[in-house]
Design a protein around this ligand. Structure first.
Ligand code: GLU
Length: 400
């Protein structure tokens, strides 16, 4: 009898985490490796947020909270949704989780029956298809290439909907492409959704605070309040406030869905850390200037990376509107052989050779269900990015 359950065979390890672990191990072994594989801000958590956590420890806020989070934090989240997105959620319609991933887990495991479909535009973040599969659902991929700026069209959405569609999963701005839908683009999708009342929308807005050139990414319920009763609006503190390790995700949704998620979470992790929750209250309610300051730095780094990658022979990189990723095409490199003699047969071979020969860790596009590309996270300092891009240029120039 096998140790692991059949359910585990339905999923693969998270490639962003696997490759980051590999880069970390190579570094520990003394190799000169630059890791651009994980999506994690290099900034330290702002001091006011750290201070709030320390104060919470000193006040003795070290016990269980409500499974869905403290009332104070749920109020702060509700105020955030009102202030940033113009959406009214009562504190009871909010749940706080152990990172954004747990919102996805809770929502999909609580609602998907075997064979239910979830529409996922690709490129998509590595974990969506696996969480759908874990819930015995069927991911329905809709390829959205660079020719459409990695965004789904209303025609594609209409064509993907079937009587078994339970969810549409949107990520705005997107990991791995940085593409962001504005209000008009989202409205084109919501017009389709209004015609299909059985379809629920999961909108993952975790990169909302990271949008460039003055763009404000919109979110579904904000542009179409009639979808409020079948939408879950997800967000969190990890990316915008440089708080990945604190594990704070949250969501607003109709009460029935929040209750279902609460039931599941009550039998798994219970509440996320009480200390992290106190920190999150300060993140949301306190001064927001550090968010804007980090955003400005990310925009400068985006421009640096896009320029340098487009100078590399065989690469083509769009200018992303948000998040901290670029997703260049490697079509001009495929079929060639690297300076170290490796055949670049596909995107996995490309990132493997890049790591072996130049010590730059990136994630292959197939991990995001979109081959022929790779993802770089530019959430690191300018000097490191410049060095990494110089190595990528050298690697590409050495292909024959
Ligand atoms: N979301 C980040 C990434 O894509 C963190 C790692 C993960 O959970 O996948 O790199």
């Amino acid at each position: 009898m096998s140790l692991t359950a059949e359910r585990l065979d339905r999923i693969s390890p998270s490639q962003t985490i696997v490759i980051t672990g590999k880069a970390r191990a190579l570094k520990a072994a003394g190799k000169d490796v630059i890791s651009l594989s994980v999506g994690e801000p290099d900034f330290d958590t702002p001091q006011n947020i750290k201070d709030a956590a320390i104060a919470a420890i000193q006040r003795g806020e070290t016990r269980y909270t409500d499974v869905a989070g403290t009332m104070e934090l749920r109020r702060a989240v509700a105020a955030k949704f009102k202030h940033d997105n113009g959406i009214d959620y009562a504190p009871e319609e909010i749940i706080v989780t152990t990172g954004g991933k747990q919102v996805i887990f809770n929502a999909l495991l609580a609602t998907i029956d075997a064979g239910d479909e979830a529409i996922i535009p690709t490129p998509c973040w590595v974990s969506y298809p696996d969480i759908v599969a874990l819930a015995e659902g069927v991911p329905v991929f809709v390829p959205c290439g660079p020719n459409q700026r990695f965004k789904m069209t209303p025609e594609q959405l209409e064509a993907a909907i079937t009587p078994r569609t339970k969810w549409l999963i949107l990520n705005n701005p997107s990991n791995p492409t940085g593409a962001a839908y504005d209000a008009a683009e989202l409205n084109a999708l919501t017009d389709v959704l209004l015609r299909h009342p059985h379809v629920w929308v999961f909108t993952d807005d975790i990169y909302e605070k990271l949008a460039f050139d003055g763009l404000r990414p919109a979110t579904i319920v904000q542009v179409e309040p009639r979808l409020r009763e079948r939408t879950i609006t997800m967000n969190g503190c990890s990316k915008g406030y440089a708080m990945t390790g604190w594990r704070i995700g949250f969501a607003g949704a109709p009460l029935a869905l929040i209750k279902a998620m609460d039931k599941l979470q009550g039998q798994s992790t219970s509440n996320t850390s009480s200390i992290s929750q106190a920190a999150a209250v300060e993140a949301l309610n306190g001064p927001q200037d550090s968010v804007a300051a980090m955003g400005a730095v990310f925009q400068r780094r985006r421009d640096l990376v896009v320029r340098m990658l487009n100078e590399a022979p065989g690469l083509h990189c769009l200018v992303p509107e948000g998040a901290f990723y670029v997703f260049p095409s490697i079509h001009g490199c495929l079929g060639k052989t690297s300076a170290g003699g490796r055949a670049i047969t596909d995107d996995a071979a490309f990132v493997e050779a890049l790591l072996e020969e130049e010590g730059v860790a990136a994630v292959h596009g197939s991990a995001f269900m979109f081959p022929g590309h790779f993802r770089i996270s530019y959430a690191t300092d300018d000097a490191t990015l410049t060095e990494a891009c110089t190595r990528i240029q050298r690697f590409c120039a050495g292909l024959r």
